[in-house]
Design a binder for this molecule. Structure first.
Ligand code: PLP
Length: 472
C-alpha cells in the first residue's frame, strides 16, 4: 500500500515512512492511495471477537508488509493490555437507542491512548530496525501530550517534546504531562494557544534543515497511523449493535477531526454508517463550515472541553481531499486561501457530498453542564465535558431518527475534568488507582514565549538526534 500527500507534491511512500514522517514535506497529509475494503461476512464475524482480533483485521491491510502478522498480533496485545477494561472500548447505554462508547480506559484516561499505545510501539520498532533516532515534537490541547509521553517515555530511540498552551489545560491534564520523570521527555508550556503551537509545529516540519537535523517525527492526529488505529472501535461498536446488518450513527466530539475522520474511513472500508455527526463546543468552525460552506477562522475561546478548543482542524483536509475527488491542485488552492485570508469556500459539489455523509451541531457551555447533570440524574452516568458535548448533539439527531442506534464517542474519563463534573452534579469522579497520587508528584516543565526561534533553540539543545550523528 502506497501513501500519497493531499497536496500532491511529495513522493509516494510506504506505511513505515508515513508513520515516521507525520506531516508530508509539501505541507500535506498522507492518505492511502486506495482504500482497502472489508466484506460484510468479515464484518459479521467481528461480533463477539476480542478487540485485538478486530484490530488486526482492520489495520493489517494498511500495513502491507511493514511487519509480520505474528509480530503485529503481539504488538496489539501489548498495546491494549494497558487498558483497564476487558472489552478495551466498552459500550454503555444511557437512553433509548443512545450509547456511549467508552474510549477512556487507557493509561491517561482519554481516547488518545487507543492510537498512541500502538503508535509508540510501531515507531520504536521501525526506528530500531533502521538504527535511527527520532525527535518527536507534539502540540497538545491537553490529552495528546499525556498519551504521547506515556507511550514514548524511556525509549532509547526517541526524544519527546510536548508543547501545550500555558494555563489552558486542566490540572489533571497538566500533571499527567509534567510529573513523568523520564530523561527523554520535555514538556513546554507555550505562552500562546493550541493553534499557535500547532502552527509552530507545521513550520518546523516545513523547515528541511531542522527536520533532517532532528529526525523530526509527528504524533499529532495528522499522523496517519493514529487515524488507522481509531477506526477499530467503529467496527467493534457497530458489531455489538447489529452491524453490518443495520446502519449505525456516530456522534463524535471533534477538535482536530482525527477521530471522526476514522469513522469516514471505516465507512469507506465498507461499514454501513447512517450519519457521522460532528459535535463541537463553542469553537464551532466545523459546524459553521457544514452549515454555510465557508471554512473561516475565528478566535479561540477557552471552554470546559479544552481538547476541542481548536480552530484549524487539520484532518479536515483529508476529508476535503476525498470530497474534491482527490484533486491536489484544488486542495492546494483552498489551503492557500486559508493561509492568506483565514478562510475558503468549500466547492459546492464537495459540500453536497460532505453534507450527505455528515451532520453537525455545537454545544454551549451551559448546555454542556446541563447534559452532564441530566445524564447523572437519569442513569447515574458521569460524563466528562467532551463526551457531554457529543451526547447533547447526539440527542438532537436521535430525536429526528429514533430508530437508528446512536453511538456517542466518550473521549475522556470524568475524573480528568473533575471541576466541570462536580459543578454539574455535585459529585466527584475519583481518579483510578494508578493515578491516585497524581497531585503529590513533582512537576517539571519549561515556560517558553510564543516564538518559533526560541522553541527551536530549546529543542536543538536537548534532542539527542541533534547532538550527534543522524544515525543513518
Ligand atoms: C483530542 C480530543 C478530542 C478531539 O478529537 P479530534 O480527533 O482532535 O477531533 C475530543 N475529546 C477529547 C477528550 C480529546 O482528548
Amino acid at each position: 500500500m502506497a501513501y500519497i500527500s493531499t497536496r500532491g507534491e511529495a513522493p509516494k511512500i510506504s506505511f513505515t515512512e508515513a508513520l515516521l514522517a507525520g506531516l508530508a514535506p509539501d505541507g500535506g497529509l498522507y492518505v492511502p492511495e486506495a482504500m482497502p475494503r472489508l466484506s460484510p461476512e468479515e464484518m459479521r464475524g467481528f461480533a463477539g471477537k476480542p478487540y485485538v482480533e478486530v484490530a488486526e483485521a482492520v489495520i493489517s491491510p494498511f500495513l502491507e508488509g511493514a511487519l509480520a502478522a505474528p509480530d503485529f498480533r503481539a504488538m496489539l496485545k501489548a498495546a491494549y493490555q494497558s487498558f483497564r477494561h476487558k472489552a478495551v472500548t466498552p459500550l454503555t447505554q444511557i437512553d433509548d437507542n443512545l450509547f456511549v462508547l467508552e474510549l477512556f480506559h487507557g493509561p491517561t484516561l482519554a481516547f488518545k491512548d487507543v492510537a498512541m499505545q500502538l503508535l509508540g510501539r510501531l515507531m520504536d520498532r521501525a526506528l530500531k530496525a533502521r538504527g535511527q533516532r527520532a525527535t518527536i515534537v507534539g502540540a497538545t490541547s491537553g490529552d495528546t501530550g499525556a498519551a504521547a509521553i506515556e507511550a514514548f517515555r524511556g525509549l532509547d530511540q526517541v526524544d519527546v517534546f510536548i508543547l501545550y498552551p500555558h494555563g489552558r489545560v486542566s490540572d489533571v491534564q497538566r500533571r499527567q504531562m509534567t510529573t513523568v520523570a523520564a530523561d527523554n521527555v520535555h514538556v513546554i508550556a507555550l505562552e500562546g494557544t493550541f493553534d499557535d503551537a500547532q502552527g509552530m509545529l507545521k513550520a518546523f516540519f516545513r523547515n528541511r534543515v531542522l527536520r533532517e537535523e532532528l529526525g523530526l517525527s509527528g504524533v499529532n492526529s495528522i499522523n496517519f497511523a493514529r487515524v488507522v488505529a481509531q477506526m477499530v472501535y467503529y467496527f467493534t461498536s457497530a458489531a455489538v449493535l447489529g452491524g453490518p446488518l443495520r446502519k449505525i450513527s456516530f456522534t463524535v466530539p471533534t477538535g482536530n477531526f482525527g477521530d471522526i475522520l476514522a469513522g469516514h474511513m471505516a465507512r469507506q472500508m465498507g461499514l454501513p454508517v447512517e450519519k457521522l455527526i460532528v459535535a463541537t463546543n463553542s469553537n464551532d468552525i466545523l459546524a459553521r463550515a457544514l452549515a454555510s460552506g465557508r471554512y473561516e477562522l475565528r478566535g479561540v475561546h477557552a471552554t470546559q472541553s479544552p481538547s476541542m478548543d481548536i480552530q484549524v482542524s487539520s484532518n479536515f483536509e483529508r476529508l476535503l481531499f476525498d470530497a474534491v475527488d482527490r484533486d491536489p491542485a484544488v486542495l492546494r488552492g483552498l489551503m492557500a486561501n486559508l493561509d492568506q485570508s483565514g478562510a475558503f469556500e468549500i466547492p459546492p459539489a464537495a459540500l453536497a457530498r460532505i453534507r450527505a455523509e455528515f451532520g453537525a451541531g455545537s454545544t454551549s457551555e451551559a448546555e454542556t453542564s446541563a447534559e452532564i447533570g441530566r445524564t447523572w440524574r437519569e442513569c447515574e452516568g458521569l460524563l466528562d465535558p467532551h463526551t457531554a458535548v457529543a451526547v447533547h448533539v447526539a440527542r438532537q439527531f436521535l430525536a429526528r431518527d429514533p430508530s437508528t442506534p446512536m453511538v456517542a464517542l466518550g473521549t475522556a474519563h470524568p475524573a480528568k475534568f473533575p471541576d466541570a463534573v462536580r459543578a454539574a452534579t455535585g459529585v466527584s469522579a475519583p481518579l483510578p488507582p494508578h493515578l491516585a497520587d497524581l497531585f503529590e508528584r513533582q512537576e517539571r516543565f519549561d515556560v517558553l514565549p510564543n516564538d518559533a526561534q526560541a522553541v527551536a533553540r530549546f529543542v536543538r539543545a536537548r534532542a539527542r538526534a541533534a547532538t550527534g550523528k543522524h544515525g543513518g
